[in-house]
Design a binder for this molecule. Structure first.
Ligand code: HAS
Length: 542
């Protein structure tokens, strides 16, 4: 891609890894506190560290990486460069996001925003923390508009042609993100900022949580979809094959667009104030959003098997041996896929109302999202980094880097096995999430959980070694010998069916999104506004 775009992409990717390092330090420390292995010097709190860990890793690392990666792919596939307006918007977005990140981090470090990454009211942060979040979201919108602009211009100059798959997927991801962030923007601007400035005395907690989860669930697909871009578009090329089907890939992304938003209630199944019917409806829609992931699994298996057979593999599983096990561009994302099988199954468990009553607010949930976002997504992002950095900086991906990358992936998987495995188990025994070291006055249950908490801390320490090695790898990639690294983009198999034109009729898809949201949310939200907790004010003016 154009050198100027490479600088923009690199700026995003490097800041992502700075956030990963800082978030990793906070993460390992809070894990050691939770396991009772260390006590923090007075002045630093467990919840403060947990907030830093969650915000820096789940919100900042991911958002920077995703935007950097998607800007690179959009530039690459829509003419090799970002248009001048897109590049400008990309930089404005970067500056806004960075201003937000710096302000937010300062307020967390000052212990004035110890509200965890979900910032649920009535926990209150300094208004500047919320303003920082608005800046991050506004910045991400700028980059989204930049991607739309390149895509639209490409469509204009290539009338009647099917858009490049990468650009299409980036557009879907950013539309989903923009619709989703409307929820959290309403929460922050109309509720949390006026309340934290003291302009209103109370907030409608039920409504604020609902607006948060309107955003919070599609947020997890905002993390996942860029990983899926890699699985659909990059992995077939890396293994020496072709993409199974362009149409299937596009359809799965469109299904995510439709079904990832009207499902937030599955995070609120145990909350009062939402009637059974609306919870039930959103659980049904949650099961719908599982389908595109199952389609993705099918498509990946098909790609692996076909490529293997083309290379001469025999028998039912002969293709497995043909996969490029020593190539980190494949190995790291593959481990992510493999782990997504139990991780996704855990999600389906969470979404089932009765079982949710067992796992909600326990460490099981923490285990679930460390497998999904912190393993499936993170390992895929790491896998992308190994070719993205050298490819845009004109360097070589050396054999040594492959080895270091594979070692890093194994360390990550082992650390996560211990950490997430014990989180899931302790969660089933009832151990709560988000609680500092406590034996609850030596209650037998809490004493029973303790060995699992120690195993979590051991896993967390191994993962921290993984973070340090990953940061080392990024530096090594920046200093690799000059040369050429491919930006791997797969072609579609000849046998694939034609992609229906309907898939790019954005008016149709966005209208369906709006209809689904209105069906799933309008009645219960009106109920929350009209019947707030006595004395609370939903919005400033009401
Ligand atoms: Fe989740 C809570 C339900 C997916 C993240 N989730 C969370 C939280 C986070 C999170 C961060 O219904 C905590 C929020 C908080 O702080 O409170 N989740 C689901 C469901 C799915 C799901 C149904 N979650 C994700 C993904 C995440 C993520 C993805 C991040 C990226 N989740 C829930 C629910 C809760 C929840 C409840 C609330 C719990 C509570 O009570 O608080 C589904 O999307 C999962 C579908 C996935 C699959 C797997 C498909 C497998 C594939 C891999 C194929 C592998 C291959 C490898 C090809 C069905 C695609 C080849 C292998 C060989 C052997 C060769």
């Amino acid at each position: 891609i154009d050198r100027r775009d490479a600088t923009l992409v690199l700026a995003h990717v490097l800041l992502a890894f700075v956030a990963l390092l800082l978030g990793g330090i906070a993460g390992v420390l809070q894990g050691l506190v939770r396991g009772g292995l260390i006590t923090l010097p007075s002045g630093i709190g467990y919840y403060q560290l947990l907030t830093a860990h969650g915000v820096l890793m789940a919100l900042i690392f991911t958002t920077y990486f995703i935007i950097g990666f998607m800007l690179s792919g959009v530039a690459k596939t829509t003419g090799g460069r970002l248009l001048p307006l897109s590049r400008k918007l990309g930089w404005i977005g970067y500056v806004l996001m960075t201003a937000g990140t710096v302000i937010g981090t300062i307020f967390i470090l000052l212990n004035k925003a110890t509200v965890l990454y979900t910032f649920y009211a009535p926990m209150q942060a300094s208004p500047w923390f919320y303003i920082a979040l608005v800046l991050v979201v506004a910045g991400s919108w700028m980059s989204g508009i930049a991607m739309f602009h390149n895509y639209r211009q490409w469509k204009k100059t290539n009338r009647g042609k099917l858009s490049p798959l990468f650009a299409f997927m980036a557009v879907v991801t950013m539309i989903m993100w923009m619709v989703a962030t409307v929820g959290v923007a309403l929460e922050i601007i109309l509720q949390l900022i006026p309340w934290s400035f003291g302009w209103v005395e109370r907030v409608n907690v039920m409504l604020s949580r609902t607006l948060f989860w309107f955003f919070g669930h599609p947020l997890v697909y905002f993390w996942l979809l860029p990983a899926y871009i890699c699985w659909y578009v990059v992995i077939p090329k890396v293994i020496g094959g072709k993409m199974f089907s362009d149409a299937l890939a596009r359809l799965s992304f469109l299904l995510f667009l439709l079904f990832s938003i009207p499902v937030g209630f599955h995070h609120q199944l145990m909350e009062p104030g939402i009637s059974d019917f609306w919870k039930y409806l959103q659980v049904v829609l949650t099961m719908m959003v599982v389908i595109p992931s199952l389609m993705t699994a099918f498509s990946l298996f098909a790609t692996f098997e076909r490529t293997g057979r083309e290379k001469g593999a025999r028998g039912l599983f002969g293709w497995f041996k043909m996969l490029p096990w020593k190539d980190v561009r494949f190995f790291a994302p593959f481990m992510g896929m493999l782990i997504f099988i139990p991780a996704g199954a855990g999600g389906i468990i969470n979404a089932s109302n009765q079982v949710n009553a067992v796992v909600h607010n326990t460490l099981w949930v923490t285990g679930h999202f460390h497998l999904t976002v912190a393993t499936t997504v993170a390992l895929t992002f790491f896998g992308i980094t190994y070719w993205l950095i050298p490819s845009i900086t004109g360097r070589t991906l050396t054999a040594r880097m492959h080895k270091l990358g594979i070692a890093q992936t194994i360390i990550w998987a082992v650390g996560m096995f211990f950490m997430s495995g014990s989180m899931h188990t302790a969660g089933l025994f009832g151990s709560p999430r988000r609680t500092a070291f406590t034996t609850y006055q030596d209650h037998p249950d809490a004493v029973f959980w303790m060995p699992y908490h120690v195993a979590m801390a051991v896993g967390g320490t191994i993962l921290f070694i993984g973070v340090v090695l990953m940061v080392y790898n990024v530096v090594a990639l920046l200093r690799a010998p000059k040369g050429y690294t491919e930006y791997p983009l797969a072609e579609v198999a000849e046998t694939a069916e034609q992609t229906p034109r309907l898939f790019e009729r954005w008016g149709v898809w966005i209208s369906l999104v709006v209809i689904l949201i209105l069906v799933a949310y309008s009645v219960p939200m009106m109920d929350m506004v009209n019947n707030p907790v006595p004395g609370s004010k939903p919005f400033v003016t009401w």
